[in-house]
Design a binder for this molecule. Structure first.
Ligand SMILES: C[S@@+](CC[C@H](N)C(=O)[O-])C[C@H]1O[C@@H](n2cnc3c(N)ncnc32)[C@H](O)[C@@H]1O
Length: 550
């Protein structure tokens, strides 16, 4: 069996230490003070890759199949038969630990679009695709059409394979086509012909192929240590040395070389503002250009560290609101009259990595409302976002509506919402900051029919007026009060026997042609909870698929 050619600085080290140890043993005259540390150095160096392999999360089945198929393939024969232009060494493959690293980077950067330059048999491509969200996509550039046919059947076996599109031909041609089509990527992985690395890199930056907050990763940037060994004559080693220096001197970016396998450079663009200052470009350097507090718009919607509560969060709209606020980074108190439901939703949030607590409270009882506010403040120190969502709906013809129904509806929908606004508002006014979001209803604007719900409609109209009044009164003290008015939401309630026949009737009244899903309302609550909506108060944000327009 031919000896394995060392492929990384560490493998070179192991190779050299092994040779030294063999020479020492053969000579028989090397003292123990030398052979013992030599053996220790060899153990450390030769154990590292094995340890990293063992301790990194195991590869998926399709990746394992891709790896085995690649390393057992006769690439020399394929080349001899003229099926590939170049002789491809199986060592080209990124492999398990590097694949897992790339997948992790994709997760961490929350990338949705990835570009790979140099796919080989697709190990890196599939690893990165595994880290992408369901609607993510990866474009892989590969010179050899043979490799596309090799990889595709295994991509097809993976649920992530459909995210990958392989573009065969010269990578530079593909880059030009992508740039002409205005494509942009969050992560670009350069792993093709080494002497073209600088050209790929410059083309990507000059044509904005990588997004402003994107990352370029470069493989083999240590090139078996040849980038820093003085006696290097190897053309690829010299190309990589030149490339690393070029990137290091490039004021457009920051870079770090991670000494994993044969080296991975991670390169990110520095802010546009400093690039403009450097090039003295004529720009209007204001918050529109830089972003408020330097944040791009999507980051301004984040709620990291904010304390929120949602009433009626045990199901339906409230549950969706609680998830949305948690996903945006807030700590969420999940409040419901039903303890089991509140606990179940709080558990869902905890499972997703949010900080959550369940609180049982009936918001029509003033002592429950105060207890809810006090327990949130004592647990998390304050309240930034109050989502007063709990409500009830009863149907009756107006001439038959009992005072009991009227009082019950108003006690929860309007009196309860007022008590929550007041108790949360007192905490917020003291700090001079807060966001109150009430759930009103499209019924505050129109009279939904044919169902009869006088007390519900009037209570929700009251919620809008409550919102407008508090919004105007508290705005100059830092507390914004807005409400969301959903149309008819598709909840299990709607499918009850009595309401089911009405659904068809409602649908003919909705320009959107469907009922609202609770997920249709989630972005609105995050927007109203975030600093991005700071200039908005007393607003009734109607989300009803156009129903109130007809
Ligand atoms: C090191 S391998 C890539 C390994 C791959 N990233 C992986 O995850 O296993 C380099 C690949 O780049 C391809 N390549 C080389 N020059 C190219 C070019 N000019 N355009 C496109 N692909 C190229 C080669 O055919 C080869 O498959």
């Amino acid at each position: 069996m031919s000896e394995k050619v060392p492929d990384t600085p560490l493998e070179v080290l192991v190779h050299l230490l092994t040779r030294a140890k063999e020479a020492a043993e053969a000579s028989g005259a090397v003292p123990e003070e030398v052979t013992r540390p030599l053996q220790k150095a060899l153990d450390i160096a030769s154990g590292l890759d094995v340890y990293l392999e063992t301790m990194s999360t195991q590869q998926s089945e399709p990746l394992a199949e891709l790896y085995n198929k690649t390393v057992s393939h006769d690439w020399d024969q394929v080349h001899k038969e003229g099926k590939t232009k170049f002789r491809l060494p199986k060592e080209c493959i990124t492999g398990h630990v590097e694949g897992q690293t790339l997948k992790m980077l994709i997760h961490m950067s929350q990338a949705k679009r990835v570009l790979e330059i140099g796919m080989f048999t697709g190990y890196g491509a599939l690893s990165m695709a595994e880290g992408l969200p369901e609607d993510g996509c990866l474009v892989a550039c590969e010179l050899e059409p043979y490799l596309k046919d090799f990889a595709q059947p295994i991509f097809d076996k993976s649920p992530h394979g459909r995210k990958i599109t392989v573009r065969t031909g010269s990578a530079m041609d593909t880059l030009r086509e992508l740039a002409a089509a205005g494509e942009q990527f969050d992560v670009v992985f350069i792993d093709a012909d080494k002497d073209n690395y600088i050209n790929y890199y410059n083309f990507i930056l000059d044509n904005n192929l990588v997004t402003l907050r994107g990352v370029i990763c470069v493989d083999n940037s240590l090139f078996k240590a040849k980038v820093y060994l003085k006696d290097t004559t190897d053309s690829n080693g010299l190309a990589l040395r030149k490339f690393n220096q070029f990137v290091c001197d490039d004021p457009r970016v920051e870079q770090v070389i991670i000494p994993l396998r044969d080296g991975i450079s991670v390169i990110r663009r520095v802010s546009a503002a400093s690039e403009c200052a450097r090039t003295q470009s004529k720009i209007t350097d204001d918050e529109v250009f830089r972003g408020v507090k330097g944040l791009p718009i999507l980051h301004r919607l984040r709620l990291d560290g904010k304390v929120a509560y949602v009433t009626g969060a045990g199901q339906g709209i409230g549950r969706a609101f609680a998830h949305a606020l948690g996903e945006a980074g807030a700590k969420v108190a999940v409040v419901d009259r039903d303890q089991d439901k509140a606990e179940a939703v709080a558990k869902e949030l905890l499972l997703k990595g949010s900080n959550a607590v369940a609180i049982t409270a009936d918001i029509s009882r003033s002592e429950d409302v105060q207890r809810m506010i006090d327990s949130i403040v004592s647990r998390w120190g304050s309240i930034d976002v109050a989502c007063n969502n709990a409500g009830i709906n009863m149907n009756s013809a107006s001439e038959d509506t009992s005072l009991e129904e009227w009082d019950q509806t108003f006690n929860v929908n309007l009196r309860g919402t007022f008590m929550c606004c007041q108790a949360a508002g007192r905490v917020m006014l003291k700090r001079g900051y807060g966001k109150i979001i009430n759930t009103a209803s499209m019924a505050s604007l129109i009279v939904p029919h044919p169902q009869k719900q006088l007390s519900y409609n009037t209570s929700k109209a009251g919620v809008v007026k409550l919102t407008q009044t508090l919004g105007a009164e508290w705005m100059d003290r830092g507390v914004r009060v807005n409400c969301i008015s959903p149309g008819i939401v598709d909840t299990p309630l709607i499918h009850s026997e009595s309401l089911r026949p009405l659904v068809q009737r409602w649908l003919s009244d909705i320009p959107a042609g469907r009922l609202a899903q609770v997920t249709d309302l989630q972005a609105a609550v995050v927007y109203l909870a975030s600093d991005a909506s700071d200039y908005m108060t007393g607003h009734n944000l109607v989300i009803e698929g156009g129903q109130s327009l007809w």
